[in-house]
Design a protein around this ligand. Structure first.
Ligand code: FAD
Length: 294
């Protein structure tokens, strides 16, 4: 269990993102996945947090399982929209008491079609960063959108906003992307603004064309037409789609690491494959061995 900036100082990191499950079946599936991926001794594991009411999910419980039972470094996500300062204070203190040392500070998006949510005391992630900074000695990460945030008013405003936020953070994690050049361009644009905060790219193994198309549209991520065609050509053959996903994600991680990324963060969607295979494929690029038990 460590500060992630200390891990980054030691070498390239390999980390995984999990979603807080919504039901009992999801809890069981995630538990199996966590057990399998823990065998790789990843640098850290992050757990998402919903941005409103009942959809928030059991993030704390999953973080506790990773921290206590698997003895791995964790990074809970924390969104601030629809939260009061008092509520955030309680959540941060709970993580501090558990021994968590890292947190991903986000604004979040309140679901448009859900029940009414209170406005909350925060409107921007950067305000959450300073609020946490005053209360806990955490490493604080922030989100980065290399292709631009979907609600950004202009590319320049968006980059300036990112620069302001990354200056206050210990490191950043990106939205998933499929082209390493977008990551490179973003890092260069931050450097041109004097910001050298480490940026860990997020990589989503693309197993499902429909799901990726939906998420890409929502997040302003380019879903390359040739990748979409490759996935669609697999039809219902799940093994073939997993093979494409593993191949594409491995090559992308290699390209990102070759471009100077300090590590790679795999969005697992709570599945152990293809993350297990990708991690093994990356041994040389990461400069570290991985051992799997499951
Ligand atoms: P902010 O940095 O506050 O920015 C939000 C928007 O405001 C952007 O459009 C930005 O360009 C604009 N903006 C803010 N200030 C300025 C300014 N001064 N000038 C110009 N523009 C400005 N969501 C969840 O609900 N749960 C999760 O667990 C979660 N995990 C995520 C993990 C990662 C790695 C990423 C990349 C995203 C994640 N999200 C999650 C999604 C995130 O909550 C949304 O993208 C949200 O819309 C923005 O959050 P933010 O922290 O980037 O917000």
């Amino acid at each position: 269990m460590a500060l992630i900036t200390d891990l980054l100082a030691q070498g390239r990191t390999l980390s995984f993102e999990f979603s807080a499950p919504r039901d009992a079946e999801g809890v069981q599936r995630l538990d199996r996945t966590l057990g399998r991926l823990a065998g790789l001794r990843p640098s850290f594991m992050s757990v998402t947090y919903g941005a409103g009411g009942s959809s928030r999910g059991p993030t704390y419980e999953v973080v506790e399982r990773i921290h206590r039972d698997l003895a791995l470094t964790t990074m809970p996500h924390l969104t601030c929209v629809a939260h009061t300062r008092g509520e955030i204070e309680v959540i941060v203190e709970r993580y501090r008491a558990l021994g968590t040392e890292n947190i991903l500070a986000l604004r979040g998006d309140v679901p448009a079609d859900g029940p009414d949510h209170p406005a909350g005391d925060f409107t921007r992630a950067i305000d959450l960063v300073s609020f946490i900074r005053e209360r806990a000695p955490f490493n604080i990460a922030v989100a980065a959108h290399p292709e631009g945030h979907p609600l950004a008013t202009s590319r320049v405003d968006d980059l300036d906003h990112h620069a302001e936020k990354l200056r206050e953070a210990d490191f950043a994690m990106t939205q998933f992307l499929f082209r390493a050049e977008y990551y490179e361009r973003f890092v260069e644009e931050m450097a041109a603004r004097g910001v050298t905060t480490p940026v860990i790219p997020g990589v989503m193994p693309p197993t499902n064309a429909e799901g990726i198309a939906r998420m890409s549209a929502a997040n302003n991520t380019e879903f390359p037409a040739d990748l979409r065609a490759r996935l669609e050509a697999c039809g219902e053959d799940a093994a073939a789609r997993r093979e494409v996903a593993t191949d594409v994600a491995t090559r992308l991680c290699e390209a990102l690491l070759a471009a100077g990324a300090p590590g790679v963060h795999l969005y697992t969607l709570n599945f152990s494959e293809p993350a297990l295979t990708i991690a093994r494929n990356l041994e040389a690029a990461l400069g570290r061995g991985v051992e799997a038990v499951g």
